[in-house]
Write a protein that binds this ligand. Structure first.
Ligand code: NAD
Length: 486
């Protein structure tokens, strides 16, 4: 790592591959890490080849029997120590994340706290891997059900939450007794490597956690999934890549958990507290600069309150301080890379050409860094691309509706089903609507739903399985039934 990076972050972040407890060079050379605020490389990390990944599979397979046999309490204590270490170094980790991802420091601090909670939660869950015993209906035998670790698990994470998406997988995998290969996104390998370093410090044995940044995830993933020792794929990323990985995994009938894209509707009914709805919208839209799978992507607002809501949201977004994520008081940093910014610009331009009204923002500012202005668009026409695909940026499209039934139909008119938000002064009504929304999660009068103790995940093409809660632990176990002649 460069001296500069160490000075900026206060942490000596590792830059090698982690395989079998050793930090090593990558057979594919190195890959640069770019600071989105300067568009300049800040350091390079080792680039893993498919052969490196197979070495990691071997290390994880060797470590598996020992780790699975460890008393659950010992596995729990490793995770608990990792939680303490992460909290102790949260400021340094947050700064490291800002350098590679661009997000505002306050968002990075929030993410580190959230990410560490997955270690604490799964330290508590590691001792609660239960089974059952029942009498067969015929009375002839007893049905004993136990849970075993699924085995070597391949974890693929996106760049938008470099810490939390890693701990949300590593925590339950280790708690269940699995060993893992983590493939972080090429944009954000540093946070993942630093977290792996903490786990080693916390006493996690060599080979239990292996980390493989790569510039070419395709060939590496082919090699890993084809290895029969790998029994689990847990992926967080776009629906497009998730679909492709499910097809590959089908060849080996690999156990899959998929946390995919979202297109969250944010419904504001005419009886909502509009100040509260604007506050919630700000969180649901702007947490992580809009680069969140849970980001409100479509605002459906009742025509009676639409003007008040849009004016309120526009004035709050216009007031946000935009700049390099590490600068004091900055509330919105740059997007992660040029492609992401250009996609946002393309979606806004096509919506405004089709007739949407710009209430604030509407373009990329003329400065170095992958910035986009916080933007509110009103009266976005039904066919606009931004209502159908993830914007993944600081843009809030508003559509007006006249009836509750129309709002529900609009909210459900997507192949995605991760999260939905509803604002209403009538809780009964909001609960009725929550029932009708096709989503794995619903926020009622709240702009944030994420909680390590809650089951996170989507329906439809937003995913398969759940992370967090007890459900997240079960994703890393296989059920075994033993028939006992009593
Ligand atoms: P992405 O799908 O492009 O990449 C995700 C990961 O997959 C990265 O590590 C990437 O290197 C890897 N990848 C890409 N191509 C691959 C291939 N051919 N084989 C194997 N791995 C490959 O997504 P992204 O742009 O990094 O992240 C944003 C997406 O993630 C959004 O769609 C967002 O909604 C989604 N996301 C979902 C959740 C959730 O919990 N549902 C959470 C965060 C992000």
């Amino acid at each position: 790592m460069t001296a500069d990076l160490a000075t900026i972050t206060g942490i000596d972040a590792p830059t090698g591959l982690l395989i079998g407890g050793q930090w090593s060079a990558g057979r594919a050379g190195t890959l640069p890490v770019i600071d989105p605020a300067t568009e300049e490389p800040v350091t390079e990390v080792a680039d893993a080849s498919p052969e490196d990944a197979l070495d990691a599979v071997a290390a994880a397979a060797d470590a598996l029997p020992g780790w699975a046999a460890r008393p659950p309490r010992e596995r729990a204590e490793c995770l608990r120590r990792a939680y303490e270490l992460m909290i102790g170094r949260s400021e340094q980790l947050a700064r490291l994340m800002v350098v590679e991802n661009g997000k505002a420091l306050r968002d990075a601090r929030g993410e580190i706290a959230y990410a560490a909670e997955f270690f604490r939660w799964y330290a508590e869950e590691a001792v609660r891997v239960d089974g059952s015993l029942s009498v067969a209906p015929s009375g002839a035998n007893r049905i004993m059900v136990t849970r075993q670790p699924v085995g070597v698990s391949y974890l693929i994470t996106p760049w938008n939450f470099p810490a939390a998406m890693a701990t949300r997988k590593i925590g339950p995998a280790l708690a269940a007794g699995c060993t893992v290969l983590l493939k972080p996104a090429a944009e954000t390998p540093l946070t993942a490597l630093a977290i792996a370093g903490l786990l080693a410090e916390a006493g996690v044995p060599d080979g239990v956690v292996n980390v493989l940044p790569t510039a070419k995830p395709g060939p590496m993933t082919h090699a890993v999934l084809a290895d029969p020792r790998v029994r689990k794929l847990s992926f967080t990323g776009s629906t497009e890549v998730g679909r492709m990985l499910l097809k590959q995994a089908a060849d080996y009938v690999t156990n899959c958990s998929m946390e995919l894209g979202g297109n969250a509707p944010f419904v504001v009914l005419e009886d909502a507290d509009i100040d509260a709805a604007v506050n919630g919208a700000l969180l649901a839209k702007m947490r992580n600069g809009g680069e969140a799978c849970t980001a409100a992507n479509r605002f459906y607002v009742h025509e009676k309150v639409a003007s008040e809501f849009s004016a309120g949201l526009a004035s709050r977004l216009a007031a946000l301080k935009v700049g390099p994520g590490l600068d004091e008081g900055v509330e919105l940093g740059p997007l992660v890379n040029a492609d992401t910014r250009d996609k946002v610009a393309r979606l806004v331009d096509s919506a405004t050409t089709a007739g949407a009204a710009v209430l604030t923002g509407g373009r990329a500012p003329d400065r170095v860094g992958y910035y986009y202005q916080p933007t509110v668009l009103d009266n976005v026409p039904a066919g606009a691309g931004m209502l159908a695909e993830e914007i993944f940026g600081p843009v809030a499209p508003i559509v007006r509706f006249t009836s509750e039934a129309e709002a529900i139909a609009l909210a459900n008119s997507t192949e995605y089903g991760l999260v939905s938000y509803v604002y209403s002064g009538d809780l009964r009504r909001a609960l009725r609507i929550a029932d009708a929304l096709e989503a794995g999660m619903v926020g009622i009068n709240r702009g944030v739903v994420s909680d390590p103790a809650a089951p996170f995940g989507g329906v439809k093409q937003s995913g398969l399985g759940r992370e967090g809660a007890h459900d997240g632990l079960l994703e890393y176990t296989e059920t075994k039934y033993i028939a006992v002649d009593w």
